[in-house]
Design a protein around this ligand. Structure first.
Ligand code: ADP
Ligand code: MG
Length: 401
């Protein structure tokens, strides 16, 4: 894969695919602009080279037609504020009006295209739509790691039409840190996995067994393993179809000498509610009809000891239903433990990201991925279409740059 700082972009017309799928409130105010700030280094790099910068993204799920609520207008305003620069919002992402705007651009101009998903062709990876998007473009820059697992027109098909295709700085960091954590880690390498997407995360665990020295499982993920070991887990969140997979995974871990850790105690609740009755019990003593909602204090100590000598820690998924204060202590405690460690710490996952912010420790992690779904697919060992498209372009054009 080639990167934006390897090529001459002076005065060129660039199309930067970003992920500006920001959260909006009822009045369509942006409640968190992390995703906008994450690509400023790439956009500023282009502006410093006096390039003509066209930026494109999707927002929400307009399902192939223009929907006022999903217009990029709020994003255009915030981007202008962050860049200290005028940002023109195009009325669409393709078509004659956009072509005119593209033609009229001067060096150092920023044009934000309207929502890519106002066209159904985007999600269908339609080549004609991709060709339209690339009209008048000298260089395609992919800086949208969070959609790299989606084979969409502005991610995949465009790489067959743009003269030059490179990755931006955010994409570079994501790929680099992921490589540092799984392919070429400082050892011992420990993975801490929690959360609730049990089936896809089990696939991730199977893949992780090939790479890690220690596998530590908490959250609702752990409950499926506890049940697979024969414990009564009451009414806890469990995927019964996966009990056999969980058993096989534990056997494989033993065979491969991967150290495997499960909670030894838990916070149980009589219902998932903020007024629920709660208590702390060993995993052997979960009352029937109660729910495991968090890891307990002994588990926090155990997991902390297991992480002590790790040189690399990769973390995805909270340790409990941390949205409720009563069930957030396990996750908060683990945030502090991982934050205090001397390891390279890499975190992915939307809810895990929220937990780091809630604990006020976000800044203490080596790297926090901007792509929840894409990060999980990497953990699962899958190839991301967005990354593959850039690699293939580089292969086809080995001598172009
Ligand atoms: P991420 O977004 O970080 O990848 P997930 O989406 O897989 O994480 O899981 C986060 C969700 O898991 C949270 O909403 C949390 O409430 C839930 N969760 C974690 N542990 C439990 C548990 N023991 N019981 C029920 N829900 C849980
Ligand atoms: Mg989530």
């Amino acid at each position: 894969m080639r990167y934006i700082d390897e090529i001459d972009i002076k005065g060129k017309t660039l199309f930067i695919r970003v992920d500006f799928n920001v959260p909006l409130d009822h009045y369509r105010n942006i409640t968190d602009d992390t995703r906008i700030r994450a690509v400023l280094p790439t956009i500023n790099h282009c502006l410093e080279a006096s390039a003509k910068v066209i930026v494109a993204s999707h927002l929400g799920r307009p399902e192939g037609k223009p929907v006022e609520d999903y217009s990029m207008a709020p994003v255009a305003r915030r981007l202008a504020y962050r860049l200290h620069k005028k940002v023109t919002l195009a009325p669409d992402c393709v078509g004659p009006a956009v072509d005119r705007l593209k033609k009229g651009m001067k060096r150092g101009d920023v044009l934000l295209l309207e929502n890519l998903r106002f066209h159904g062709e985007e999600e269908k990876n339609d080549p004609e739509f991709a060709r339209e998007l690339m009209k008048g473009i000298d260089i395609y820059v992919d800086d949208a790691f969070a959609v790299a697992h989606r084979p969409h027109a502005s991610v995949e098909a465009v790489t067959h039409f743009a003269p030059i295709c490179v990755a931006g700085f955010l994409m570079r960091d994501e790929v680099h840190y992921f490589h540092k954590c799984l392919e070429d880690p400082a050892r011992p390498l420990a993975a801490l996995i929690g959360g609730a997407k049990i089936s896809s995360k089990l696939t991730a665990l199977i893949n992780l067994l090939k790479h890690v020295d220690k596998l530590i499982v908490g959250g609702a993920m752990a409950t499926t393993f506890l049940k697979a070991m024969g414990y009564d887990v009451g009414k806890s969140l469990v995927d019964d179809k996966l009990l056999k997979v969980a058993q096989d995974l534990m056997a494989t871990a033993l065979k491969k000498k991967v150290k495997f850790y499960l909670p030894v105690d838990c916070v149980v609740a009589d219902r998932m509610d903020k007024r629920a009755e709660t208590k702390i019990t060993p995993v052997q003593e979960v009352p029937p009809d109660w729910i495991i909602a968090d890891i307990g204090p002994a588990t926090v100590t155990l997991f902390g000891e297991a992480l002590q000598n790790a040189k690399t820690i990769v973390w995805n998924g909270p340790m409990g239903a941390f949205e409720y204060d009563a069930f957030s202590r396990g996750t908060m405690a683990m945030v502090h433990k991982v934050a205090e460690s001397y390891a390279l710490t890499i975190v992915g996952g939307g809810d895990t990201d929220v937990a780091l912010h809630k604990a006020g420790e976000f800044q203490k992690f080596s790297y926090v991925s901007t792509g929840g779904g894409a990060f999980l697919e990497l953990l699962e060992g899958k190839k991301l279409p967005g990354v593959t498209a850039l690699e293939n372009w580089a292969k086809r054009n080995r001598n172009a740059l």
